[in-house]
Design a protein around this ligand. Structure first.
Ligand code: NAD
Ligand code: MG
Length: 401
């Protein structure tokens, strides 16, 4: 048997929750993977520590001031790692000819350019950064079709769906698929009285019952916008119509999603809620490697529950479905407005229940346009952010907090 060559990995967003889990998996397989580049926005000391552990060829931070600081830390440690900065630095390492695999784990729209750079350079791209696909769906998917890149979903639900589908699967109908069942835990406020939701704090919203994640996605899980973004993500990834996807609330997060076939079969992928499983799956696909996640003990687990989502409690789910049905720039607009609203909520400047209010207003006052290319995506994103800031300012002026 041929000795497999070492795969060189670029981890975009290495200091985040997904980034750290990715490095945990990579560290278990030093013969198979080496770290080529690590990137972060601001946690320079942590990035320097990761550089000490993995000695990447490059480390990238967003601004030049922090890059200088990192250069100092790396020089002290006598490391050869070269430090780059800016979006250009991110795109450069994502597309470097020496890179085999790119983990796209930057949070939010900021991940779009580097993720697209990896796609255009024909990399194996592990997609955690769902916002980049949601905001740029048609542009992203055509870049993928025109390149030699392979896109593997990291989002646990999409990774589960991928595992339950035949491979490759270009056409759900031809594969005998009737429906995709997208599961979600319902987040920390699934059964909190609706009347109390206006007063919940960022820390309460970030205390997810099953998953430990970054703060933005944690708030998205609490509003169920995360499931909304995932709904849109699934439409693009699996060439699915919105009517072919059903959201099912499953509070234990043991089943990560399911695929229902024409013959009555329902395939589910299960496991402990730990992102190292989808990360290891996508990294090694089609092989299987150890992820460090303990086997699921179904007897200890005891039961699995399911219920329908409550769209009155979680209007974000409806807003996301409407956005994907409207198509064009509507998901771009939804994502941008959501990012502005969530940031304001995390700063303590907006009530939790006003997150969907902002998104709804921005969606209603924005004309849907066709996404002809990256410029059109970025323009729609900017316009929606400006509008969301205006709505936010109006809400803040009307209701001092
Ligand atoms: P996080 O906030 O923990 O980490 C984000 C990373 O991106 C950090 O390394 C940060 O430095 C970097 N970053 C942030 N803003 C940046 C910018 N403007 N430019 C460059 N880098 C920037 O987030 P996370 O929870 O790891 O999530 C990352 C992505 O993965 C998100 O898109 C999220 O939706 C998705 N995801 C996360 C999980 C999870 O369990 N955490 C599960 C599924 C999908
Ligand atoms: Mg998910």
């Amino acid at each position: 048997m041929q000795t497999p060559s070492v795969q060189r990995v670029c981890v975009l967003g290495s200091t985040g929750s997904i980034g750290v889990s990715t490095l945990d998996v990579l560290a278990r397989h030093p013969q198979q993977y080496s770290v080529f580049a690590l990137t972060a926005r601001e946690r320079v000391a942590e990035l320097a520590q990761q550089c000490r552990q993995f000695t990447p060829r490059y480390a990238v931070v967003l601004d030049e001031g922090r890059a200088e600081k990192l250069r100092g830390l790396l020089a002290e440690a006598e490391l050869p790692t070269e430090v780059l900065s800016g979006v250009e630095g991110l795109c450069q390492v994502a597309a470097d000819s020496q890179v085999d695999v790119v983990m796209a784990a930057i949070v939010g729209a900021a991940g779009l350019r580097p993720t697209l750079a990896a796609v255009e350079a024909g990399k194996k791209v592990l997609l955690a950064n769902k916002e980049s696909l949601v905001m740029a769906g048609p542009v992203f998917m055509s870049a993928l079709a025109e390149s030699d890149a392979q896109l593997l979903p990291i989002d646990s639900e999409h990774n589960a769906i991928f595992q339950c589908l035949p491979f490759p699967c270009e056409d759900l109908n031809a594969a005998g698929v009737e429906r995709i069942l997208l599961t979600g835990s319902g987040g920390p406020f699934r059964s909190r009285p609706v009347s109390e939701l206006g007063a919940v704090t960022p820390d309460e919203a970030c205390a997810h019952p099953n998953w430990s994640m970054g703060r933005k996605i944690s708030v998205d899980s609490a509003t169920m916008m995360n499931k909304g973004l995932e709904f849109i993500e699934a439409c693009y990834l699996f060439h699915a119509q919105p009517a072919e996807i059903q959201v099912v609330v499953h509070p234990q997060s043991i089943i990560h999603s399911m695929v229902q076939y024409r013959d009555g079969s329902l395939l589910a992928q299960m496991g402990n809620p730990d992102m190292r499983t989808p990360i290891a799956h996508a990294l090694a696909f089609p092989e299987r490697i150890d992820s460090g996640v303990p086997a699921l003990d179904l007897i200890a687990q005891g039961r699995l529950d399911f219920e329908a989502p409550d769209e009155a409690r979680f209007p974000c789910l409806r807003l996301a479905r409407e956005a994907v049905e409207a198509g064009g720039s509507a998901p771009t607009c939804l994502n941008a407005a959501n990012e502005i609203a969530v940031e304001a909520f995390l700063r303590g400047e907006l009530a939790f229940t006003e997150i969907p209010t902002i998104i709804d207003e921005v969606m209603k006052s924005t004309e849907v346009v066709e996404l002809t290319g990256l410029e059109a995506v970025e323009l729609a994103d900017r316009n929606a952010r400006d509008l969301a800031q205006q709505v936010l300012a109006r809400i803040q002026a009307g209701s001092p907090q």
